[in-house]
Write a protein that binds this ligand. Structure first.
Ligand code: 5GP
Ligand code: ZN
Length: 114
C-alpha cells in the first residue's frame, strides 16, 4: 500500500534491522524499543490491523503467530517470559495502520495492560 511505512520496510525501501523472515512475514527491531527486547512482526501483505485478520489467508495467519514464537526463541526469552501485543485502533494507540505484533521481553514487564 502506498505511503505505508511497514509496506516500505517489507519491500526494503526503508531500512530495518531484520530479526526473522519467511515467505509471508518479516520481523525487525522496533526503532523506539519499549523493552530490552522489542521486535515488530508484520505480514508482508498489507492489512490495516487485527480488524482485517480475516483478509489474510490461513497460511499467513499461521506464519504470523509462528513467527512470534520463533522470534522469542531466537531472542532467548522463552524461559524468562515475553509478551505479544497488537494494538488495534485509536483507543489502543495504534500508530502504524499495517497489522503488526510486538514481541516484548528481556526484562520484567509492566503488569499494566490498560
Ligand atoms: P503501534 O503504536 O502502531 O502499535 O506500533 C508501531 C511501532 O512501530 C512503534 O513501536 C514504533 O516505534 C515502530 N516504528 C514506527 N516507525 C518505524 C520505523 O520506521 N522503523 C522501525 N523499526 N520501527 C518503527
Ligand atoms: Zn502496509
Amino acid at each position: 500500500m502506498a505511503d505505508c511505512i511497514f509496506c516500505a520496510i517489507a519491500k526494503g525501501e526503508i531500512p530495518s534491522t531484520k530479526v526473522y523472515e519467511d515467505q509471508h512475514v518479516l520481523a525487525f527491531r522496533d526503532i523506539n524499543p519499549m523493552a530490552p527486547k522489542h521486535v515488530v512482526i508484520i505480514p508482508k501483505r498489507h492489512v490495516s490491523g487485527l480488524n482485517e485478520w480475516e483478509g489474510l489467508a490461513a497460511e499467513e495467519q499461521l506464519a504470523l503467530l509462528r513467527a512470534c514464537t520463533v522470534v522469542a526463541k531466537e531472542e532467548g526469552i522463552t524461559e524468562s517470559g515475553y509478551r505479544v501485543v497488537s494494538n488495534c485502533g485509536p483507543d489502543a494507540g495504534q500508530t502504524v495502520p499495517h497489522l503488526h505484533f510486538h514481541v516484548l521481553g528481556g526484562g520484567k514487564l509492566s503488569v499494566n495492560l490498560a
